[in-house]
Write a protein that binds this ligand. Structure first.
Ligand SMILES: Nc1nc2c(ncn2[C@@H]2O[C@H](COP(=O)(O)OP(=O)(O)OP(=O)(O)O)[C@@H](O)[C@H]2O)c(=O)[nH]1
Ligand SMILES: [Mg+2]
Length: 290
């Protein structure tokens, strides 16, 4: 929650004071709104204060949440569930740097769609790290999804191909493709993503329908450079912010929506299957501004 307490309640009678504005600026930066969004919000507040429009904390809350809502919408329209075509499985690539929560998020998404009556297949294209395949297979068993993996050291694009072939022939509604964590500096690994993407598209025109970057809520402004690097390799369609439960830096979402024009689609709020929420501006604003 972003603390909107003003420094001195007395000043409210004369409008908001300079110290309160500075304090708010610091709070926004500490919450990872980023410099451009913070500057814009503070300037807006100063303009409103000059016109005598901010006299109470409630005024401040209304002003900020209204403007933050507009910023969120710059990332795109209010997000809906992951896309699924009229025919064939909805294919989603799950991407991100090491340890952000990709595999967990793939498992949670599977659970979510299974709850909605869909038939879901999970594909483990991380043939690189020992144990990665098993982790996703356990999730598949746990939530009742199908599972396709490959042999250790095998070609990730070949696993993706096998999985989509299985999804098509066995009438799955969804295919969620988990990928190995990688740094944007690992050029081969970034190119491998492009290959997985193309292989899927050749087998089912239009696939993958979603390319989701999973970011860690505690990464702050690093999220921006991650999104830029992955966005250069494949055309991202949105973000999932995992570990939202363990971060007070809620402003990251605003800077992402605003600076990257990418919508946040879901928030990860824990380690259980049900700990994934569809992102909604109202809910988010209530969470951060009360
Ligand atoms: N509290 C919390 N923990 C999470 C969340 N999502 C993932 N985790 C934890 O974060 C750790 C890493 O999650 P993984 O799903 O293995 O991350 P990954 O991106 O697949 O990791 P690599 O495949 O190694 O790149 C695990 O301990 C998860 O349980 C979340 O929303 N909240
Ligand atoms: Mg993983």
């Amino acid at each position: 929650m972003v603390d909107l307490a003003l420094t001195d309640a007395r000043t409210l009678q004369n409008g908001i004071d300079e110290a309160s504005i500075e304090r708010l600026e610091r709070t926004l930066l500490e919450s990872d709104f980023g410099v451009p969004a913070t500057m814009e919000l503070v300037a807006e507040l100063e303009r409103a204060a000059e016109r005598g429009k901010v006299r109470t904390e409630e005024d401040l809350r209304t002003l900020l949440s209204g403007r933050v809502r507009e910023m969120l919408l710059e990332g795109g329209p209010e997000p809906a569930e992951l896309e699924r075509p009229a025919e064939g499985p909805g294919v989603t690539l799950v991407l991100g740097v090491n340890g952000t929560g990709k595999t967990t998020t793939a498992g949670k998404l599977a659970w979510r769609f299974i709850q909605r009556g869909e038939k879901v297949l999970l594909a483990a294209t991380d043939t690189f790290r020992a144990g990665a395949q098993k982790q996703l297979r356990i999730w598949a068993e746990r939530v009742g999804a199908g599972y396709v993996g490959g042999r250790e050291g095998g070609d990730p694009a070949a696993v993706a191909y096998d999985a989509l072939e299985a999804a098509l022939s066995r009438d799955y509604d969804r295919l969620l493709v988990d990928t190995a964590g990688r740094l944007h500096t690992q050029r081969n690994l970034m190119e491998e993503l492009g290959k997985i993407d193309r292989v899927l598209g050749r087998l089912q025109p239009g696939a993958p329908h979603e390319r989701i970057l999973v970011v860690d809520a505690t990464s702050g402004q690093n999220v921006l450079s991650q999104a830029a690097a992955f966005g250069a390799a494949v055309a991202l369609t949105g973000l999932i912010v995992a570990k939202f439960d363990s971060s007070a830096r809620a402003g990251t979402i605003v800077s992402v929506a605003r600076e990257l024009s990418l919508p946040v689609r879901y928030l990860g709020t824990g380690e259980r299957p049900e700990d994934l929420e569809l992102f909604g501006a109202d809910h988010y604003l209530a969470k951060i501004f009360g």
